[in-house]
Each structure stands twice: as structure tokens, then as C-alpha cells.
Design a protein around this ligand. Structure first.
Ligand code: HEC
Ligand code: HEC
Length: 407
């Protein structure tokens, strides 16, 4: 890896050039550098390559590289303040851990009745969401919230709409053992994994220092895979890095409305992650007939946060309809219209919600709402979409066949 060893001893300008080349090389060769070494026969072998845009270190860890790492501050810098750094992120997993996590993520073996995989609700072809207002788990049970996208979750510091989990490892145990999602329990999950011929050997490849397969290893592998889901090369990003032509006039107009002091979208959906990782009470209406979801009010036992939700990232937002914690809005246009409806317009009478001060009445025109939608559509980038396994060690069906025609 000559490129890696020279990269670290160069000046900043060289580093910038090197990094650009590296990032574009990584993007250009997606299928070449990340061929999962899983064949259709039951001969499973984990990849020893890091996914694109990760560099493998000498001790076999994958470290993320992206152009935002050239920008050192979270404050406003560069033309229009777009050259700002990303928050800290999780990385440093081995290629084998990432690849094992990928197999586990797509394997329905992880659910009690072997019918539901993580990918059933977090489908890469649907922005890692499921296209439903509220997710459906084992036995057709319907949950109470919509499935968030998992893109860029490496950068998040709280998980779930109500911010009740603090790490991806902690988060992963929840769907596995929730009665309405995957309905499993730790004993049965471990027994299922051990009963499949390939898994004990694959866990050994991913965790060479460990003797017994345990739940912590399952959570680590799932975390490793999820932190590799990086989407930072949208047309918006190309614009932010200096390609003035990456956005057209209408999209630029949308960007300017988005970050204006009238609309205030960027105060909460702060670039480059498009979330400030805070909780905000914005007064989203619940679907007809559903009780108020008090969200973070329950997590923090706080009346002030009643009806508060984590500000979601808007990356790949065009793919994850319907929107909001309950999937109440079918389109981005409906979401944009909600924000201009006037402070608290959707809060039923007698409902105590302390709305965030950035929720006001911006009085945006119809064409301004259209431009906001145009802009949000520029935040899509699927270039690092992981490969959906054609088969998984359990031999159970994966999304691979199921959705091939829907792409
Ligand atoms: C039955 C559908 C379903 C399954 C199966 C499922 N999830 Fe989820 N996932 C959801 C829903 C719904 C939420 C939001 C729940 C909430 O906020 O209360 C969620 C939230 C998450 C989050 C938090 C994202 C964020 O930004 O806050 C992560 C990470 C996640 N799931 C990963 C996984 C993993 C890993 C698996 C497999 C072990 C999995 N999910 C299985 C539906 C599902
Ligand atoms: C005060 C902070 C705040 C401001 C300002 C704000 N948002 Fe949001 N946004 C949120 C929160 C919190 C949610 C989740 C609310 C929920 O689920 O009920 C959200 C959800 C969304 C969603 C749906 C995301 C998803 O994954 O379903 C979109 C799209 C969105 N906002 C766009 C905008 C736009 C466009 C503006 C400006 C007109 C804006 N937001 C202003 C906090 C804010």
C-alpha cells in the first residue's frame, strides 16, 4: 500500500490532492475494491479489504477518509460556511468484523422465527428504511414508529427517535430482543448462530482473540457494518467542496432558503451532517387516531421535552418517505409545508408542548417550498452502497432476490 505510506508524510496541499485522488479512486472502483468473498456455495470467507473510502492500517483496522477531514472547525468557514468539519465518528473496526456484520445484518436467522432481518426494516434499496409509516416485525406486528435511515450513523451520538440509546452496540440489542421486532432472546440467538456450520468459524475470523461466541460480538459486528455506511458524496457535497456547477440554480436557491434566518432549517439540520444532534420539540401532528408520542419526554423524564425528537439527518432523505417519527407526511413537499404552517398550527388544543424557538412562521411561498424540496433532493448519494449478499450462512432467503425487480 504505497499510497498509504506516502499520504502521511505530505504537506497539506499534497494531502488535499492525495485525498481527492484517493476518495475518487475509491469511488470509481467500488466493485473492484469491495468484492465480498462470499460465494453462492456455502463456502463463506470474510473480506480482508476495507470498504471504499476506508484505509486499512497496519494493524488491520479500517479508518475513514473523507474531504471534510481537511476542514478543522465546526464554525463557519469557506465560501458560505460550507467547509465545516463533521462531528467525531466511530471507525477502527477490522474488515472481517465489517463483513461479518454485513452477513448478520441481512440474515433472518437473527429473529425468533427466522423471518425478519435487520435489513427487512433497514433496506439499502430504500435508504436503509422500509418505505412504511410504522415498521412491521415478526408475526406482522406493527411498531409505533418509522424506521430511520442508517446512513452515516457512525457520526451520531444518540440513537432512536427519542435518543434513548447511546451507542450502536446498545441500540442493536433492542430490535433483536424486542417482542414486536425480532422477538429473540440471547440464549436462542446464540444457539441459532452456533447451529449454522459457517458462523462459529466466521466469528473466529472476525474476533481471533475470543474463544466463545457471545452477544457482545454480535453487537460489535453489527456496529462495525453500520459504521461503514458512509454517504458523503452527494451533489451537495461536491458543491460544498468547491464544484460550483454541482447544483443548478433552483437547487442553490433552495440551499439559500434552507440556511436563511427566515426558514432556519440549517439551525437544526446543520451541515455537513444535516443534524445538530439535539432534541427539538417541533409539534409534528400524529397520524389520525394515534395518541401523542411524547418521545424524548419519556427518555429524560422531562416535561420540557414532551413530544421532542432527535433532529434527524437529512442525507438520502429523498429515499426514506414517509417522513417524521410516525411517517405522518408522505412527501418532502408536505414536510416543507408543515414548517411554514405557523408556530404550533398542528398541535391539538389542550396539548402542552413547549415548541423550540426556531419553529416560527416563515411564510414561505409555494415556489420557495418547491425549492427547499429541490435542495433536499441533492443530498442523495448511494455510491458506497454495500453489496446485498446473495446468500447468508443460514441459507435463509435475503433481500437479494426479493427486491431485485424493485430497484
Ligand atoms: C421490525 C423492524 C425493524 C427491525 C427488524 C430492525 N429495526 Fe432498527 N429500527 C426500527 C425502528 C422502527 C426504529 C426507530 C425506533 C424508535 O425510535 O423508537 C429503528 C431504529 C434503529 C436505529 C437507530 C437509528 C437512529 O438514527 O436513531 C439503528 C441504528 C437500528 N435501528 C439498527 C438496527 C439493527 C442493527 C437491526 C438488526 C439487529 C435492526 N435495526 C432491526 C425498525 C427495525
Ligand atoms: C427546531 C429544530 C428544527 C428546525 C428549525 C427544522 N427542523 Fe426539520 N426536523 C426537526 C425534528 C426534531 C424532526 C423530527 C420530528 C418528528 O419526527 O416528529 C425533523 C424532521 C424533518 C424531516 C423528516 C426527516 C425524516 O427522516 O423523516 C425533514 C424532511 C425536515 N425536518 C426538513 C426541515 C426543513 C426543510 C426545515 C426548514 C423549513 C426544517 N426541517 C427545520 C427539527 C427541526
Amino acid at each position: 500500500m504505497a499510497r498509504r505510506s506516502t499520504l502521511f508524510s505530505l504537506s497539506l496541499t499534497d494531502l488535499r490532492t492525495g485525498l481527492c485522488a484517493l476518495v475518487s479512486a475509491a469511488l470509481a472502483y467500488v466493485p473492484l475494491v469491495y468484492i465480498p468473498l462470499v460465494s453462492a456455495s456455502q463456502d463463506f470467507q470474510l473480506s480482508d479489504q476495507c470498504p471504499p473510502s476506508f484505509l486499512r492500517t497496519d494493524n488491520n483496522r479500517c479508518e475513514l477518509r473523507n474531504l471534510y477531514q481537511l476542514y478543522d472547525s465546526l464554525g463557519d468557514r469557506g465560501v458560505g460556511g460550507l467547509k465545516t468539519a463533521l462531528p467525531t465518528h466511530r471507525d477502527g473496526f477490522s474488515p472481517q468484523q465489517i463483513d461479518l456484520g454485513r452477513l448478520l445484518f441481512f440474515d433472518p436467522l437473527l429473529s425468533a422465527d427466522h423471518s425478519v432481518a435487520c435489513a427487512s426494516c433497514h433496506n439499502p434499496r430504500k435508504g436503509f428504511s422500509d418505505g412504511r409509516a410504522r415498521s412491521v416485525g415478526i408475526d406482522g406486528q406493527r411498531g409505533s414508529r418509522s424506521a430511520p435511515s442508517l446512513w452515516n450513523s457512525a457520526f451520531l451520538n444518540a440513537f432512536f427517535w427519542d435518543a434513548r440509546a447511546h451507542s450502536l452496540e446498545e441500540q442493536a440489542l433492542s430490535p433483536l430482543f424486542s417482542a414486536v421486532e425480532m422477538g429473540n432472546n440471547p440464549q436462542q440467538l446464540l444457539a441459532s448462530l452456533e447451529s449454522v456450520e459457517a458462523y462459529p468459524e466466521l466469528f473466529k475470523q472476525a474476533f481471533p482473540a475470543r474463544v466463545h461466541l457471545d452477544i457482545e460480538m454480535v453487537a460489535t459486528a453489527l456496529t462495525a457494518f453500520q459504521t461503514s455506511l458512509i454517504s458523503l458524496n452527494s451533489r451537495y457535497d461536491q458543491y460544498a467542496h468547491g464544484d460550483a456547477k454541482a447544483l443548478n440554480t433552483q437547487e442553490l436557491e433552495g440551499l439559500n432558503i434552507f440556511r436563511s434566518f427566515v426558514a432556519r432549517c440549517s439551525q437544526c439540520h446543520m451541515p455537513p451532517l444535516f443534524t445538530n444532534q439535539q432534541i427539538a420539540v417541533i409539534g409534528t401532528p400524529e397520524p389520525e387516531g394515534m395518541p401523542r408520542d411524547i418521545g424524548a419526554g419519556a427518555t429524560f423524564n422531562s416535561a420540557k421535552l414532551r413530544g421532542g425528537f432527535k433532529v434527524p439527518s437529512l442525507r438520502n432523505i429523498a429515499e426514506t418517505a414517509p417522513y417524521m417519527h410516525s411517517g405522518r407526511f408522505a412527501t418532502l413537499r408536505e414536510v416543507a409545508a408543515f414548517y411554514t404552517g405557523g408556530r404550533g398550527h398542528a398541535v391539538p388544543e389542550g396539548e402542552e408542548l413547549l415548541l423550540h424557538w426556531h419553529i416560527s412562521e416563515p411564510n414561505l411561498t409555494d415556489s420557495e417550498l418547491d425549492r427547499l424540496v429541490d435542495f433536499m433532493r441533492t443530498l442523495s448519494d448511494n455510491s458506497m452502497q454495500p453489496v446485498i449478499p446473495q446468500s447468508v450462512p443460514s441459507g435463509l432467503p435475503t433481500l437479494y432476490k426479493q427486491n431485485l425487480s424493485q430497484k
